[in-house]
Every structure is written in C-alpha cells, then in structure tokens.
Design a protein around this ligand. Sequence first.
Ligand SMILES: [Zn+2]
Length: 461
Amino acid sequence: MDSLIKNGLLVTSTNQIQASVGSKDGLIAGIYDPGEEPKANEIIEAEGLAILPGAVDMHSHHRQGSEPGFEYKDTIYTSTQQCAAGGVTTSVAMPNVNPPPNTLDLLKKQFSIYESDSIVDWNFNPAPTVNDEIPLLAKQGIAAFKIFMVVDTGRNYPHMPGIGVHDHGRLLEIMQHCAKVNIPLMIHPHDQALMDVIEKEFWERQERDALAYAKAYAAHDGVIWETAIATVLRLQRAAGCHLHILHTQTSGSVDLIRQAKAAGQKVTCEINPWALFLGCDWSTIERLGSYALSYWVPEKNAPGLWEGLNDGTIDIVATDHAPHTSEEKEIGWQDGWKAHTGTPSTQFYISMLLTAALEGKISLERVVDAVATNPAKIFGVQNKGDIVPGNHADIVLVDLENEYEIKDEDVLSLTGWTPYAGRRLRGKTILTLLRGKPVYKDGKVVGDKGYGEQAIARQST
Ligand SMILES: [Zn+2]
C-alpha cells in the first residue's frame, strides 16, 4: 500500500462511516475499518476530518483558447489551481474561448493546452455547430457537447457570435446529430425572441443598470427560461438525444423536467451554486450589482429548487465557474447589459454545499452524489466520482468542524475577487489528492502544471 488515509468520516453518495482508505499506484486499493488497516508507506491522519471523493465539475469556463483571447480573466493553469484548492479533481470546460472549438483540429489544439497546463484532470465540451465535425469530435473521449441558446446584446462576451443557436430547426438538427453519436448535449436554455421584447421594454423606460438586467432575466416568473426548456424538452422527444439542461433556476423549470423524466425522457440537469447561495437573495443583487450576476433567482423559487435537488430531479451541481475582471463588472452599475455575466465559484462551492448540509438543507451523501458520483455516472467519466477500489484515488479531506471566512485575498483567480467574500463557512479543504498525489496541501496548491490528464468519458449504449 502506498498511502493510507486513516480514520476519517468517509462520506459517499449512499452512506457515511468511520473508515480508512488505502491507495496504491494512484488507485483506491481498499476501504478498512479503523484498526484493521494494512501497512502503508505513508499515513495521512484524518481524525476529525471528512473523506470525500474529488468533485467532478461538468461546467466550468477556463477562458484560455488556442489563440489569445480571454486569458486575462483566467487561464487553464489558474482555473485548475482553484479546482485543486476547492476539492475539484476533474474539471470540464465550455467552448466560449477563442476560437470556439467546433472542429477536430481546434479541439485537438485545445486539448494540447490542457495537457501542458492543467493541474487537475480535465475534459472539454466542444460546440456541435459544424455537422460534419460532430462524428469526429464524438470519438475524442468527450463528455458532452455544449450549445448556448443565448446571443449577447450590448457586448460580445461571454456569449460570442458563432456559438449561439436558438433557431429551433438548427437545434433539432444538432440534437439528431448528437443522438446519432450517442453523446449528451448540454444546452443553456434561453428564449432569445422573448428576451428581445423584454429588454426593449426596460430600455424604453431608461432602465439599464445591473438591477434592471437582473429583473429582465427574471421577468414574468422566468418565462425566458421556461419556454426555452419546454421547447428543448419537446425537441428532445423528437430527436431522442440525451439532453442535459444547464442553469436550472426556476421552480417551474424543475416541474417541467420532473414531468419529462416521469415520461421516460432521456433528460438530466444541473443547478449552479449562485442559484442556491447568491442570486437567490435580492439584497445581494442590490449590494453587489453585476458582481452577483449570473442571474436573479427570485426567493420564491428556493423551496422548489432545494426540493428538486434533494429528490434528484436536479441531478447534479456544477459550478458554472465564470471569472471576469472587476472592470468588466463595474460597468454594470451604469449598464448591466455591458457587464460580462457569470461569477467565479470553483474554489468555495463545495464548502457552501457542505455548510448547507450541516444546516440541514441537504444530506452530506446527496452533496457527494451531486458534485461527484452522479456527474461521473451520467456522463460516463471513467474511474471518477466515487471512493471504491479500482477507481482513481481522487480524494478530498475537509474540515466540517471549524468555521473559516472567505476573503478576496485568498482567491486564486486572476480576477482577485469573489462574490462570497465575508461569508463564514465550514467544509474547508485540507488536502486534495489526484490519482494518489497531493495537488493541494497545507493551504497551498502543490500540483504540477501538466499533471492533469483527460478524464475520458464513455457513453453507455
Ligand atoms: Zn456557463
């Protein structure tokens, strides 16, 4: 045995027990009752700590593409440093980089940056916007394709022209291609035609700031989200692909997805930390403006969202980690449509979920399921997401006892800020192991650039 994590609270998706976990050659070798462990070269004392599987984050934005573009916000290196510190051992990124990978050639170029720069294991969701490339992209071990239905007005990032698709015919066609190659399709649902009308009403009233932006996106009880979800659910029924809906954030969306699942449709979905912990409180939006956006999730949605997450209608939690600079947010006080949307969240979301579990909002097991086990299962990410013999020794030790405070100066993103500064949480990461090796230890990222490997996904047929 190479190493033994001794006598911690092992939390899996199904139970929590006091146990020790052994690893050998980067793989989990065994789980033992305290006092019954075999000998090991290295002992890691875990008394008083919880042992969790490393998180598998299916939705992150690492900003760096094969040509210069958005690296001033964050790079693959700095993004994956935040992953290591936050207990994320597999991070899957989205295609809104420069240029957006939608061909085999561009995807391979993108992969090569990860191979040289990533600290944690990684994968990348290309954009399925070129029909002939889809079968080629599908053979690269990818976990999913990604489509944004949103096209930005007033700015050209984060939803740049060329990757937004909201034409229903094109969506159906893309879904048919994804079904043929048996790769899930992630969709950011958005009804652009309705948004055009809603935005116009706000602008005609001279309401343009971040608060107006928040209200526009939440207008008419989240109509832009729910009509888009209803549409893509109906198209899924026509195409038969595996549809994975992003940004679930209204209780009406949860109802639609619950119905589709009950009818046997191949649909899964995510929720993002900001919907549970940030945008769900109007006073936060007033205080932080564009720094709090992504979106406003009016308070009345919270019970339905937590219920959906607890009962599994919402399958997974994914970060939608989306760093932007302070300058790109400050402009939102005057013009919310010009501010780049999204919030950084990789570094602290596990702590926020664990704190919610300790407050009784969700079980520890369901947190582990939603951040690690279920994402690996749904997307066929091999040997990840669960602490069982034979899987990669991707293990996180967290402190569930002591509180700590989130501070801007601890943020590892190039942007240097977090909307969660000042919060007191439990569940601080103490140690992150990736394939048996520490990538975060004693408050420091210790993982090497380029240690991360592609987390290969294999879809069951
Ligand atoms: Zn996103």
